[in-house]
Design a protein around this ligand. Structure first.
Ligand SMILES: [Zn+2]
Length: 383
């Protein structure tokens, strides 16, 4: 038997001895109904987890003060002898109880540490939830404080009460635009003394894979209040599924509806009602096409900023630097019909659908748009 098993056996042996002594003491010497009740508790708690030991012994310590105090008040020698015995037993049991409490505390700390270590091990090695659950069932016999359910160990939040919607082949939860801004405000990042009471919100929409072993991916909608000394990003909505949302209107429905409301009514930040506007929606090229419901950035007519038709040179390139530019007006009126693949829900918002969805640096480099010089285009396309 290894050292751990010996220590464990010693602990449980000691515990059983203490509880047995408490039980015998109470049954033989006490007529107090509350003590008898406690005695019954002791008898049943032998099979309980070790945390019960503390409460039983605490109770014992409290209740045994009664006979200890009464020792000095009895005059009969027989009664004195009985109570001397009681007092002696009390001291022994209190000593045992103290040992038990001390060991209990140490063991509990070790058990909680074990819980934490197991959770870290699960996260580090990509263990499946089923495998962790099976391991916990084995360990639970030797470590009763360990939970049997893996979700309890990992402190997985109960999502049964959350309003998670089934959309576009996945699940979506809307944390809220106003909630996020109000949290930023409560953390002191937005000040009531600010002269211009306007919240300017930058949005980021993108997809990210979670695991190499599955196709499951997340599509968060993130927000950040602009013009603050601290950049604080918060989650507005979160989609999870085995593929990207199949319907952009469903995916952005809650976000757009709430932004529409805030644009009209403002946002209440305790001290005042602040105006609300979207500063920009930042996405990479594929996500930008997705949000705007247009052709992909690799399509021949897929440039975000102009209407030229691209050329094929191992990939689609856009060499013309003076092509007709796309504008908010031309986009909203679908002047270039072939460019659009459907209605974009963000058109419901008061934004410039071209300029307020900026190009990120990486996708700017190989493209034609007005801000990129012809030389850059030539270098990047080897013309
Ligand atoms: Zn272009």
């Amino acid at each position: 038997m290894d050292q751990q098993s010996l220590t464990e056996k010693s602990y449980w042996t000691k515990r059983r001895k203490v509880l047995s002594n408490v039980d015998c003491f109470l049954r033989s010497h006490s007529t107090d109904s509350s003590l008898m009740e406690m005695s019954d508790n002791c008898a049943t708690s032998v099979c309980a987890v070790k945390t019960d030991c503390s409460s039983v012994i605490d109770s014992f310590i409290t209740t045994t003060e009664i006979p200890a105090t009464s020792c000095s008040t009895h005059s009969s020698s027989i009664q004195r002898a009985e109570h001397d015995e009681i007092c002696a037993n009390s001291e022994t049991l209190l000593s045992d109880a103290s040992d038990c409490l001390s060991q209990d505390s140490d063991t509990l700390a070790d058990e909680y540490k074990l819980c934490g270590e197991l959770a870290k091990w699960y996260a580090s090695f990509g263990i499946s939830l089923d495998a962790l659950g099976a391991l916990l069932k084995i360990l639970h016999e030797y470590h009763p404080i360990l939970p049997v359910d893996a979700r309890t160990l990992l402190k997985t939040p109960d999502t049964s009460n959350l309003n998670i919607r089934q959309i576009s082949g996945g699940e979506y939860y809307h944390f809220g635009v106003a909630n996020g801004i109000q949290n930023v405000f409560q953390q002191g990042h937005v000040r009531c003394s600010q002269e211009q009471k306007e919240i300017s919100l930058q949005i980021n929409i993108d997809g990210l894979p979670l695991f190499k072993s599955t196709k499951y991916q997340l599509w968060p909608i993130l927000g950040m209040v602009m013009d603050l000394p601290v950049k604080h990003v918060f989650t507005i909505g979160l989609y999870g599924g085995n593929h990207k949302p199949s319907d952009i209107s469903q995916y952005l429905h809650d976000f757009v509806k709430e932004c529409q409301y805030l644009e009209v009514n403002g946002i209440n930040l305790d001290c005042d009602v602040w105006a609300f506007k979207i500063h920009s929606i930042v996405c990479d090229a594929p996500a930008r096409s997705f949000v705007r419901n247009t052709k992909g950035h690799n399509a021949y007519g897929g440039c975000d900023r102009c209407r030229q038709v691209g050329l094929w040179l191992n990939k689609v390139i856009f060499p013309d630097t003076i092509a007709e530019k796309r504008t908010n007006f031309s986009f909203r009126n679908k002047v270039d019909e072939d460019y659009h693949t459907g209605e974009s829900p963000v058109l419901s918002l008061s934004i410039d659908i071209v300029q307020q969805l900026p190009l990120e640096y990486a996708s700017c480099m190989p493209r034609c748009c007005a801000s990129i010089s012809h030389d850059v285009v030539k270098r990047s396309t080897n013309l």
